[in-house]
Structures are given as structure tokens and as C-alpha cells.
Write a protein that binds this ligand. Structure first.
Ligand SMILES: [Zn+2]
Length: 502
């Protein structure tokens, strides 16, 4: 079986989704998870674009072992040298340089002729190759470029030393057959292409990103650029979990495999949801809440007789066990540690201590602690965005004949701050009080509440999106009390705003 290289761009293209920015610590955590799952290449960011991006790539390069660490760079000297500085600490490092090759981009965006673009691309690859062994070149908007020009530019960059040539469907415009023909055309016409890896990077504007990726692989591409939960610019990138599970589930049909430990997919997806605050739709393939739920009676009947009647893969294959009772108050440290290990979490001592305290707190509130609860606890704890303000106390008076009123106490460093406010409802009142204390007013754009497990005492997760000065920020909170979860989500968003100002 041929191996497909998985190139994860959650930290670069995925993070370019509106409101998806992650703190540096969170990026390192996601990169560690990806490394543990056997991802081949991690694109950790776009170093020239900001100091935070540079820092993110550098920290991943310093701290994450196993995969190749890549950074993105335009075909410009300063981009490439900055990218090199950022990826330098990694044992295996890659510079990924790109330039647009479609008529519309060259004319209107770059204002350059195709000859000039070809020279810039070749110079960029030559420069990158003088710094690192491993160079990837992307012809941005390849799917809308002249095929003859693509042939020329890929030929030139391969001669200049590119090891991987990426064929991006930057605007999500291609369809499976057309894209596969392009890959075959390149395979048949670009000299030296047999010695490099062909990569594809598909966007989902027409909902075809995964289909286009798979078809390109069938035609001979050997690297798939993907993002967890399908995050990415606009409608997003080809989804990591869908591409990987399609190859696994249809492995014998394709005669292909990836090196991914699929049993950690669910945990990875959940972590990215909590770090970015962007939830996945319930009917999302592989990781959606309903992806393995069988509602119709006739389906349930079939499932009981044989799971294969309606299930092409098992929930266990992506690390989703059925909600099973795991632990209670008496399980103790050892019980918790063992279960966390089984779920794929290895925590440092200080992290474990915090989780254990929170676990005891939770076990007091609800008698049965499920795997899902543990996932949420960990993600909440590892949500390492610095807590500029943290919640100490809140109280709400509400009812159908009174004006909802909230009193909130927050801590900033060692100072306690308290305010009261009224609102349209209890959550609104809490939010008004938090706005007063933090002196940060925002517009609430969306609010969603979900139960993690079943039952009256289930934990609730709240995901919100707020707007301030035309920028959107996400917030995520979890608690057994929905108003408390709402307060945590709001504070998370406010902290994100304040953190971005630092
Ligand atoms: Zn992209």
C-alpha cells in the first residue's frame, strides 16, 4: 500500500478562519496532539505575518518532535529568511513558499507578467533550498491557472530544488474529474515530477474539498493538505478527519494508507473546538454529535442485530466510545489517571493535580462522570489563554415578574472587582455586569448551549461569538450550571480581546 503524507494546516490556514485565533501555548498543544497521532507535516503558521505568528511557529519548532515543521512564506526574500528563523529549531524543517499563477491573480493582485512570476518562484525556491533541505512550492490558485504555465513553473521549481509541489484549489472552484485530469497532466508533462511529492490543498466553497482531495490522490498526488474540523479560509479546507477516514475505510479500494492513529481523532477535534471556540455541526461527518447516532427504529433494530448494517466504521475507530459510566468520587487519583491515559491524555503532575481537583468538584455535583465530561474538563483546563480576569462569584435574581439582576465578582491579578447590573434575562444581566467590571463592551453575535452528556445533571458547554470594533472573537465555557458556563464563555471572549491588545 502506498502511503499518503498528511500535511496539517490547522495552525495556519485553519487559524485564518474568522475568530479562530489561538494562543501560542494552545498551538503547541495542538501540534503535540498532531505529532502523537503520526501527522507527517505540521504547517505551524505564516511567520512574516505577525510577531505572534512568528512566535507560534518557533515555539512549535522548539517543542514538538516527530513531524516536519513547516512555515509559510511568500516568494519574497524577507518572508523566506523570517520563515527560516522560525522553523530553524525543528529537527525536520520545511519552508513552504508560494506565488499566484492564475491570470486573474497575476494581473490584478501581483501586477506581474508570467515571466516575472516564474523568475520570482525559481529565485524563492533557490533561496529556500540554500537554507533547508526540504522545500515546498505552491502555485496559488493553480486550479484557475493555465495548465501550460503550471507545467513551466513546476518544471522550473523542481530544477531549483523543490521537494514537494503543491497544487492548490485556492478558491474551491474545481470539481473531482477536472482536478484529477490536472494532476495527470502534470504527471505526464513535468520533467522530474517522479522525484518529488505532488500535494493538493483544496478549499470547500462548493462542498467538494474532500472529494477533490481524494480524486487527486487517486490520480497520483501523495500529500493531502487538511485542517481539523475542516477549518480554514471562508468555507474551510478539506477536513483532516474526513480525508483520513475515507482513506482508512476504503483502504483496500484505493490500495492506500496514512500513518495516522485514528483513535485520537475525536479528542483532537474536541480540543480544536475548545481552543478556537468554533463548534462542529451535529451532522458533521466523523466528529459531529450525530455521526454515530441511529434514530429510526428500523436502523436501531438492524444495529442491535449487527452493527455493520448501518455503520461503515466504528465510533471506537476514531476514539468515541459509547457514553460509559467511568468514574465517581471514590475512583481516586489512580482511577482518574488510568482512565485519562486510556483516553490518550498524558498530563504533567501540576496539570493532573488541577484536573483532579476539578474532577472531585464535578463528582460532587453529578454522581456519574462520563468520558465526555473528562474530555471537557481537560480541554477547559488546557485552554491556556491567559485568564486576565477570572470568575470568583456570581449571583442572579430572576423570574417572570422581576427584572433579572446579577452581581458578579471577578479577580484580576490579586484584586477583587464587583459590579451589579440588570438585563433582559439572567445571562444578559451577568454579561452586563462583566462588561462593567472589565470596561469592555461588545456585541453578542451568537450564543449556543449544548449538553455534554445526557441527564438532568449533564455539563453544559456554551459557545459564543462577540463583536468588537468589527472583529469577531469566540468564547467557550463549561459548567454544570448553564449561567456559570455562559459567564465563563463570555469571560473567555473578553480575555481573548484583552489578550490580543497586549
Ligand atoms: Zn488555503
Amino acid at each position: 500500500m502506498d502511503k499518503i503524507f498528511i500535511f496539517d494546516t490547522t495552525l495556519r490556514d485553519g487559524e485564518q478562519s474568522p475568530g479562530a485565533s489561538m494562543a501560542v501555548e494552545q498551538k503547541v498543544e495542538v501540534a503535540r496532539l498532531l505529532a502523537g497521532m503520526g501527522v507527517d507535516i505540521i504547517e505551524a503558521g505564516f511567520p512574516i505575518s505577525s510577531q505572534l505568528q512568528f512566535e507560534g511557529v518557533k515555539r512549535v519548532a522548539e517543542n514538538v518532535e516527530g513531524p516536519t515543521i513547516a512555515g509559510l512564506a511568500r516568494a519574497v526574500e524577507k518572508d523566506i529568511t523570517t520563515c527560516y528563523e522560525a522553523v530553524k529549531p525543528a529537527e525536520k524543517k520545511r519552508i513552504h513558499t508560494f506565488i499566484a499563477t492564475s491570470g486573474i491573480h497575476m494581473k490584478h493582485k501581483l501586477n506581474k507578467s508570467s515571466d516575472e512570476v516564474l523568475k520570482l518562484a525559481t529565485d524563492a525556491v533557490t533561496l529556500a533550498k540554500s537554507m533547508v533541505e526540504d522545500v515546498e512550492f505552491s502555485a496559488e490558485d493553480a486550479s484557475r491557472s493555465e495548465w501550460e504555465f503550471l507545467k513551466d513553473i513546476y518544471t522550473a521549481v523542481i530544477e531549483a530544488g523543490a521537494n514537494t509541489i503543491n497544487v492548490p484549489d485556492t478558491v474551491g472552484y474545481t470539481v473531482p474529474d477536472e482536478f484529477s485530469e490536472l494532476i495527470q497532466f502534470l504527471l505526464n508533462n513535468v520533467p522530474g515530477i517522479d522525484n518529488v511529492v505532488i500535494s493538493v490543498h483544496c478549499h470547500n466553497d462548493l462542498g467538494l474539498a474532500v472529494a477533490n482531495t481524494i480524486q487527486a490522490i487517486k490520480a497520483g498526488a501523495r500529500q493531502a493538505e487538511v485542517a481539523v474540523n475542516g477549518l480554514g479560509e471562508r468555507a474551510g479546507n478539506a477536513s483532516f478527519e474526513e480525508v483520513v477516514m475515507a482513506i482508512k475505510t476504503k483502504g483496500s479500494y484505493f490500495n492506500l494508507k496514512t500513518g495516522i492513529v485514528t483513535e485520537n481523532i475525536y479528542q483532537l477535534s474536541k480540543t480544536v473546538v475548545s481552543f478556537t471556540g468554533i463548534p462542529v455541526q451535529p451532522n458533521k461527518a466523523i466528529v459531529g454529535e450525530n455521526a454515530f447516532a441511529h434514530e429510526a427504529g428500523i436502523h436501531q433494530d438492524g444495529m442491535i442485530k449487527n452493527r455493520m448494517t448501518y455503520e461503515i466504521m466504528t465510533p471506537q475507530s476514531i476514539g468515541r466510545s459509547k457514553s460509559t459510566l467511568v468514574l465517581g468520587r471514590h475512583s481516586g487519583k489512580h482511577g482518574l489517571k488510568t482512565r485519562l491515559k486510556e483516553l490518550g491524555y498524558t498530563l504533567k503532575d501540576n496539570e493532573f493535580k488541577k484536573i483532579f481537583d476539578k474532577f472531585l468538584e464535578l463528582a460532587d455535583k453529578k454522581k456519574e462522570v462520563f468520558d465526555e465530561d473528562l474530555h471537557v474538563l481537560i480541554e477547559d483546563e488546557l485552554n491556556i489563554l491567559p485568564e486576565i480576569f477570572s470568575l470568583v462569584y456570581f449571583s442572579v435574581v430572576t423570574g417572570n415578574k422581576v427584572i433579572p439582576t446579577a452581581t458578579v465578582k471577578l479577580k484580576k491579578n490579586s484584586t477583587m472587582l464587583q459590579e451589579a447590573a440588570t438585563g433582559d434575562g439572567p445571562v444578559d444581566a451577568v454579561y452586563r455586569a462583566i462588561e462593567k467590571i472589565t470596561d469592555t463592551s461588545v456585541k453578542l453575535v451568537s450564543y449556543s448551549l449544548n449538553a455534554v452528556t445526557h441527564g438532568k445533571d449533564a455539563m453544559g458547554t456554551v459557545t459564543i461569538s462577540v463583536e468588537r470594533k468589527n472583529k469577531q472573537y469566540r468564547g467557550y465555557g463549561v459548567a454544570t450550571d448553564i449561567i456559570e458556563a455562559s459567564a465563563h464563555a463570555f469571560l473567555n471572549a473578553i480575555n481573548r480581546i484583552l489578550f490580543n491588545k497586549l
